[in-house]
Design a protein around this ligand. Structure first.
Ligand SMILES: Cc1ncc(C[n+]2csc(CCOP(=O)(O)OP(=O)(O)O)c2C)c(N)n1
Ligand SMILES: [Mg+2]
Length: 584
């Protein structure tokens, strides 16, 4: 019999979160979760990071989980839970393990049928639990009978599946004692089935050993399941090229000698396209094709591509279950013969520098802006992109050990500002740089105050172009629905923290930008760049134009005269990797 002890349910939940490696809890207090917050205060199990909204807390927990392996947020019944559900849905789409805890109405009210606030006031209480069932890998309402097992089940599920989970803690049970195990929670995958693992490794190794042009294609799960080092070892042993889909940018170090670039169908650089599409043994890791990652469905993987996922693998007609990605890759690395004499891959040309004028007094253009940004990036940066013309970031080459954070599949504007709080909290020693548009920033701008409150020192590059430029490329080039209120963005650090030491800049010329880029990063740097509403790199505008065709069809309004922002005919800027649709 494993040893047990008596513990309050709330204390046990906090203890398990801590044992799972979570050190911070994001969220907003409410009367249904204050009792757990008091337990957190009394036990100091975790550090509380209060946010301005539950939506932002969900983004922060997501950002935190990307660097920490798991993240958590605490919300209140209904109003808090539904505010957070967009972010949790995003975590599902992006495969990020987040634990969403809702302090919910007391069990007493459910037993007795008592109407309560923060509900539909119709005598029902399952709406929010049911809603979360659609955006999580597991959801539950805790009771004194199930808490000891359900808490463990949900945390382990989030970690194993790399997906969010939702649990309701009724407010009248957090202080009740139950019997729980004394041993700490162990986060581990079940070991693979030995026969399936052996057969799977043998099948992959046979294909790879016979291949003359093996290649590896990486999607985000390579990061989530922590196998980038194994993939690089395998590529080295096979002398095989590695490409990443755009959403998995920099999961493989972009300076790695076998890394060839971003594969995005016909938007890829020719050597990347060739390496992937003509490979006689392509190993794809967690590949999830959508219009954004496939150059508008022009991606064409070889028919016999080996598809490896977190917990299963397809090789030819065989499907292997009960195998884990790490064990499969390590097994393959062990048995494939080392290749020394493969003709070298033609390395992908580095991104052609934008043809930017360099005259200091010239009005700042996006071409000059992104050219300058390439020089600003440093080894080890955490680099954020939000939706919009800032997608140009995909075209930059990242120095070693950088982490890319974006919500590209889900694409919820404003994600980056909340998530920035999360990554800063998880890894305050790293430099975090946010690239965001004015429209995206307006959705979650208040969280800047929490970032300032905790003395974080990110560098924020905000493009002020008067509205939703990327949308103008879909529809409404001059329509007022794509305009937004003109904020004095660079003043916001002062507004959000009266005694701030943040360095703020309003940049209108190349010279101004150079000045801002030379500022020391001993405090927050906030750079507001004023740019033309019609200015965006050609691939970004092209992607919007194509998106409109895809979305509205041939009878849509996008073909009408002058209703769409189009790339300037003289524009020669090319950015590889974003030639497919970028979501607007
Ligand atoms: C939550 C949410 N609402 C609406 C959208 C649609 N949308 C995508 S990009 C965008 C505009 C982004 O504008 P901005 O951040 O200013 O970037 P710009 O293209 O102007 O650089 C909008 C409204 C979305 N993706 N997510
Ligand atoms: Mg904008």
């Amino acid at each position: 019999m494993p040893a047990t002890q008596r513990m309050k349910i709330g204390d046990f939940l906090l203890r398990r979160l801590k044992e799972a490696g979570i050190r911070h809890l994001f969220g907003v207090p409410g009367d249904y979760n204050l009792e757990l917050l008091q337990q957190l205060q009394d036990t100091k199990a975790l550090e509380w990071v209060g946010t301005c909204s539950e939506l932002n807390a969900s983004y922060a927990a997501d950002g935190y989980a990307r660097l920490n392996g798991l993240g958590a947020l605490l919300v209140t019944n209904g109003v808090g839970a539904l505010s957070a559900i967009n972010g949790v849905g995003g975590s599902y789409s992006e495969h990020v393990p987040v634990i969403c805890i809702a302090g919910s109405i007391p069990l007493r009210s459910i037993d007795r049928g008592l109407g309560m606030h923060h509900t539909m006031a119709d005598g029902t209480w399952d709406h929010f639990l049911d809603a979360y069932g659609h955006v999580t890998a597991a959801h539950t309402r805790l009771t004194p009978r199930n808490a000891a097992t359900e808490i463990d089940r949900l945390i382990i599920t989030a970690w194993r599946e790399k997906l969010p989970v939702y649990l309701e803690l009724p407010s009248d049970i957090a202080y009740l004692e139950i019997e729980v195990g004394t041993s700490p929670l162990v986060l581990a995958h079940s070991p693979s089935d030995p026969e399936r693992l052996r057969s799977c490794i043998a099948a992959i190794a046979a294909r790879l050993s016979a291949a003359t042009s093996p290649a590896i294609l990486v999607d985000t799960d390579a990061d989530r399941f922590g196998v980038a080092p194994e993939l690089m070892t395998l590529a080295e042993k096979l002398q095989a090229p590695v490409a990443a889909v755009d959403v998995a940018k920099a999961v493989i170090d972009e300076t790695f000698v076998h890394y060839v670039g971003i594969y995005n169908g016909k938007a890829s650089q020719p050597p990347v396209r060739q390496a992937i599409e003509t490979s006689d043994c392509l190993v794809a890791i967690g590949y999830r094709p959508i219009e954004v990652t496939t150059g508008d469905f022009t991606a064409s993987l070889p028919a016999d591509t080996i598809h490896a996922r977190g917990h299963s693998v397809d090789v030819g007609d065989d499907n292997y279950q009960a195998v884990t990605l790490k064990e499969v890759l390590n097994g393959v690395i062990d048995v494939v013969p080392r290749v020394t004499a493969r003709p070298p891959q033609q390395p992908a040309a580095t991104v052609p520098a934008a043809h930017a004028q360099t005259e200091g007094s010239a009005k700042l253009t996006q071409a000059a802006y992104w050219q300058a940004m390439q020089g600003y990036l440093r080894e080890g940066d955490v680099l954020f992109v939000d939706n919009g013309t800032s997608y140009a970031l995909f075209g930059l080459t990242f120095p070693p050990k950088c982490t890319f954070v974006g919500s590209v599949n889900w694409g919820s504007i404003g994600y980056s500002v909340g998530a920035l709080l999360g990554t800063l909290t998880a890894a305050p020693q790293r430099r975090h740089i946010l690239f965001v548009g004015d429209g995206s920033f307006q959705v979650t701008a208040q969280e800047l105050s929490t970032i300032l409150r905790h003395d974080h020192k990110p560098v924020i590059f905000l493009i002020n172009n008067g509205g939703y430029t990327i949308e103008r490329g879909y529809l409404g080039k001059d329509e007022q629905y794509n305009d937004i209120a003109s904020w004095s963005y660079a003043d916001l650090p002062k507004v959000f923290r009266r005694d701030t030491s943040a360095r703020s800049f309003v940049v209108k010329t190349v010279q101004d930008l150079q000045h801002a880029l030379s500022a020391p990063n001993d405090t927050m740097i906030f750079v507001e760049s004023i740019m033309d509403p019609y200015d965006a790199l050609a691939p970004v505008i092209n992607s919007s134009n194509k998106g409109a065709d895809l979305n509205y069809g041939p009878r849509g309004p996008q073909r009408r005269e002058n209703l769409q922002l189009r790339p300037a005919p003289w524009s020669t800027t090319r950015v590889h990797g974003i030639g497919g649709t970028a979501s607007g």
